[in-house]
Write a protein that binds this ligand. Structure first.
Ligand code: NAD
Ligand code: UFG
Length: 338
């Protein structure tokens, strides 16, 4: 299939393009490079032996999207493009609603104009807010506590209404838990700008000597060691989830909603220990105040995806930390080293 991959130059999108190419599909990457580096294209080619098609463009540009979908005879769209920093979304809500919500509406309008009726959307476990219990199933109530989360929720709601009005469309909402890890080649990985917001890139930058110590945001949660517990999932397992979704429900009219997680929770200190083992480096940390808006624990019940998509996360915490370390140690300054 020819698959338009918006945001395909980013962290999750680039790994998904590799898996798409290796499965025999043709990804057409559509990205404005706002949060990614053009060198990703070479890296995808080095891994797969295929240079992916790339269109530099913004998802808020309907004409550019229609042109890309028509010229490349696109069958389906996987939609990763968007802004994703929770803290920044509080400072810049308009930019978040414009890129994430308006951008998605323009994309769907362009799909309609191009007669492409199959969409897979990157949603997030953030739509569960502070869940009443764990593990989380897809029918849990949804809510939002910040503009980023609200933008994901709004898009889910818009797409749900749109699918109802257009029952021949296949729309899949994939709710990611915490994506970490890198391609096993060490050629692709997560390369955040500035100080990382997320745990894994922060830990790996400490291990490689770019930062002095990790701040652990609170050790007084009601969890086994007091630190926050999350469902970390290898980015290649997540990428595979998109292929399974396309394969199993991408041509089936309907609204399809799945958690993509492992079903296992790990604490911040579990992650520090696992990373130290994988890298042989020490990761010094200090305990600081809780981060505003954080929840104690969050992990998925992934059974619906296992049953209906025949997908399950197979990579271990050791794979996640070893692969991250390979990427970080071979590219201490990310793609700017390339
Ligand atoms: P990323 O920032 O690495 O990738 C996003 C890509 O989209 C970047 O290449 C960026 O240049 C591009 N982009 C942004 N705005 C655009 C626009 N208006 N037009 C065209 N391209 C644009 O992020 P990621 O971690 O790969 O996340 C991908 C998607 O998954 C996002 O929608 C994110 O909200 C969602 N998600 C991510 C996580 C996570 O922890 N990484 C968790 C849940 C959901
Ligand atoms: N943490 C630290 N120190 C850090 C960074 C994180 O102790 O420097 C802790 C957090 O308090 C939390 C855990 O590590 O307990 C994971 O934090 P992340 O920021 O890596 O991930 P979150 O679960 O907070 O957020 C992620 C995504 C969001 C998404 C959310 C819910 O980054 O985009 O999951 O799906 F909204």
């Amino acid at each position: 299939m020819n698959i338009l991959v918006t945001g395909g130059m980013g962290y999750i999108g680039s790994h998904t393009c590799i898996q798409l190419i290796e499965a025999g599909h043709t990804p057409i990457i559509f990205d404005n490079l706002y949060n990614s580096n053009a060198k990703v294209l070479d890296r995808i080619q080095q891994v797969t032996g295929t240079a992916p098609q790339f269109v530099k463009g913004d998802i808020r540009d309907k004409d550019a999207l229609v042109k890309a979908m028509t010229e490349h005879k696109v069958d389906s769209v996987i939609h990763f493009a968007g802004l994703k920093a929770v803290g920044e979304s509080v400072e810049k809500p308009l930019e978040y609603y414009d890129n994430n919500v308006n951008g998605t509406l323009v994309l769907v309008d362009a799909m309609r104009a191009s007669d492409v009726h199959s969409l897979v959307f990157s949603s997030s476990a953030t739509v569960y807010g502070d869940p009443a219990s764990v593990p989380i199933t897809e029918d849990f109530p949804t809510s939002a506590t910040n503009p980023y989360g609200r933008s994901k929720l709004m898009v889910e709601e818009c797409l749900t209404d749109f699918q109802k009005a257009n029952p021949d469309w296949s729309i899949t909402l994939l709710r990611y838990f915490n994506p970490v890890g890198s391609h096993q080649s060490g050629l692709l990985g997560e390369d955040p700008n500035g100080i990382p917001n997320n745990l894994m890139p922060f830990i790996s930058q400490v291990a490689v000597g770019r930062r002095e110590a990790l701040s652990v945001f609170g050790n007084d949660y009601n969890t086994p060691d007091g630190t926050g517990v999350r469902d970390y999932i290898h980015v290649l397992d997540l990428a595979d989830g998109h292929l399974s979704a396309l394969d199993k429900v991408g041509s089936t009219p309907g609204l399809h909603v799945y958690n993509l997680g492992t079903g296992n929770g790990s604490s911040v200190l579990d992650m520090v220990k696992a990373f130290e083992q994988a890298s042989g480096k020490s990761v010094p940390y200090t305990i600081v105040e809780r981060r505003a808006g954080d929840i104690a624990e969050c992990w998925a019940d992934p059974k619906k995806a296992t049953k209906e998509l025949e997908w399950t996360a197979t990579r271990t915490l050791q794979d996640m930390t070893e692969d991250t370390w390979r990427w970080q140690s071979q590219n201490p300054n990310g793609y700017s080293d390339a």
